[in-house]
Design a protein around this ligand. Structure first.
Ligand SMILES: Cc1cc2nc3c(=O)[nH]c(=O)nc-3n(C[C@H](O)[C@H](O)[C@H](O)COP(=O)(O)OP(=O)(O)OC[C@H]3O[C@@H](n4cnc5c(N)ncnc54)[C@H](O)[C@@H]3O)c2cc1C
Length: 442
């Protein structure tokens, strides 16, 4: 079979890889001048750094297997995570059950209740039973208002910005349930994985492997539409130059772009399907990345439970991996997940830097702006679909109403939190669906 694939991120490349390994031809088109999509990298101190912080959990078996299959297993390291919470003007360690028990801003009863509820969620297998309730309603009832506001609310805000109250309890359950798998035993410390050449290297290697198998991967090539003839997807129109477009014929087409991009590339779809595409709200990620000459904090991951700070997370990459990867620089992400209407999304890099940097002294009283050697600004659109209540009923099928046309994007990942692991799994799944529909066994 010959399959056209839109998008050279985790899902598109994994789909191409699966097809190519089975002797089919895939042609991937990526509009950006690099592969990896949301997990792509840029240069810092001679090393490769993700535009948005990335790590793996031990439960991310599809990514781990892929990294090994690509011959990069020796680069994957598992490192004890250092998680913190910024509350009441200081950093609290939040990595182990013991850290929770010694977290004095909450009463001992609140701490015990919080521990019991977390344990209950870790042991619950069927998280879909929480579908009808928001995480904020469910948690307020179980752990109480104070514990919710101090511990859970910052975590939800850290992921969903101003939409945090809409998030389904099933999503939060998925996050907690799967994270246990990142510890051998409940009392053991969590370990996070990182491929020491970056996620960008993994996806570049995947692209090379797809080509070695006789398929091809095109960067800087935007798809402008899907060709549909006689009610069936027959090919793609791709931009090959400033004003040049070319039609390519395929037996099937797989699209991995966000739902709002997909609707622009295809003819109108039946209401019942297209509503699932237009109903989804995405948040963007806005990242300010600092290169410092010394550490900011002792934590890798820090949720900010203080509304006076204009960012919701501080992720210090060089408290997970060695700074020698970035020419000796200490690397810190300051992060937010705003909607496109939010002023944070619209700010120019200098304006954002000015807004953020004045608050860093709260995190480390010794901080001085002279520590900053350079900073970078990145925006990732469609970084996070909002996962509201009863989300399972709103997921578009991989098989679209147009025969031969398939959709595989992050809105279809549920109840797990979206991530490279699940995009790889989705890419493999969509490739199998294409072959199954063509009557080809996998
Ligand atoms: C800030 C942030 C932090 C994250 N942290 C983690 C983490 O710690 N661990 C983890 O595993 N995951 C993490 N993720 C999530 C992970 O990066 C994504 O879930 C995954 O990479 C999505 O892959 P994808 O292929 O589904 O989509 P994408 O990566 O979005 O790929 C879609 C591709 O389609 C391309 N495209 C769009 N329109 C067109 C067109 N018309 N023609 C051609 N190409 C087009 C885009 O350029 C893009 O490359 C994070 C994401 C963000 C934003």
């Amino acid at each position: 079979m010959k399959v056209g694939i839109i998008g050279g991120g985790a899902a598109g490349l994994a789909a191409a890889h699966t097809l190519a390994k089975l002797g089919h031809t895939a042609e991937v088109f990526e509009s950006a001048p690099f592969l990896g999509g949301q997990a792509s990298t840029f240069d810092v101190g001679g090393g490769r750094l993700e535009r948005g912080y990335h790590h793996l959990f031990m439960s991310d078996t599809h990514m781990v297997d892929l990294i090994h299959e690509l011959g990069l297993g020796h680069k994957l390291q598992w490192i004890e995570s250092k998680v913190g919470l910024f509350h009441g003007g200081r950093i609290w360690k939040f990595s182990t059950p013991k850290d929770l028990l010694t977290f004095s801003p909450l009463s001992i009863q609140d701490r015990i209740r919080l521990g019991m509820v977390t344990l209950y969620l870790q042991k619950t297998r069927n998280g879909l039973k929480f579908e009808g309730e928001t995480a904020s309603e469910w948690l307020r009832k179980r752990v109480g208002q104070k514990a919710y506001e101090v511990v859970w609310q910052p975590l939800l805000r850290g992921k969903f910005g101003e939409h945090y109250e809409e998030i389904s309890m099933t999503w939060l359950w998925g996050k907690i349930y799967l994270r246990v798998a990142s510890r051998g035993k409940v009392w053991e410390r969590e370990k996070l994985g990182y491929p020491m050449g970056s996620f960008g290297e993994v996806f570049d290697r995947l692209g090379e492997r797809v080509e070695e198998l006789g398929s091809n991967v095109n960067i800087s090539t935007m798809v402008s539409s899907v060709v549909v003839e006689d009610g069936r997807a027959k090919g793609l129109v791709v931009k090959t130059g400033e004003s040049k477009e070319e039609s390519r014929s395929y037996d099937a087409v797989v699209d991995t772009t966000p739902s709002y991009v997909f609707t622009r590339l295809v003819p109108p779809l039946p209401d019942s399907y297209s509503r699932k595409l237009t109903d989804v709200t995405y948040l963007s990620a806005v990242l300010l990345i600092l290169e410092l000459d010394r550490p900011l904090s002792p934590m890798y991951w820090m949720n900010i439970a203080d509304r006076e700070l204009p960012f919701v997370g501080v992720i210090e990459q060089t408290n997970l991996v060695d700074r020698s990867l970035y020419g000796g620089k200490h690397v810190v992400y300051l992060t937010n997940y705003p909607s496109r209407e939010n002023p944070i999304y619209r700010m120019e890099p200098e304006e954002l830097a000015q807004e953020y940097i004045g608050h860093l002294g709260k995190i480390n009283p010794e901080f001085d702006p002279s520590w900053i050697q350079a900073y970078h600004h990145h925006k990732v659109d469609a970084a996070q679909p909002i996962i509201g209540v009863n989300y399972s009923k709103r997921i578009p099928d991989l098989r679209t109403p147009i025969p031969g046309l398939y959709l595989a994007n992050t809105t279809q990942i549920y109840p797990e939190d979206r991530g490279t692991n699940y995009s790889v799994r989705l890419g493999q799944e969509v490739a199998r669906a294409v072959l199954e529909d063509a009557g080809i066994g996998t």
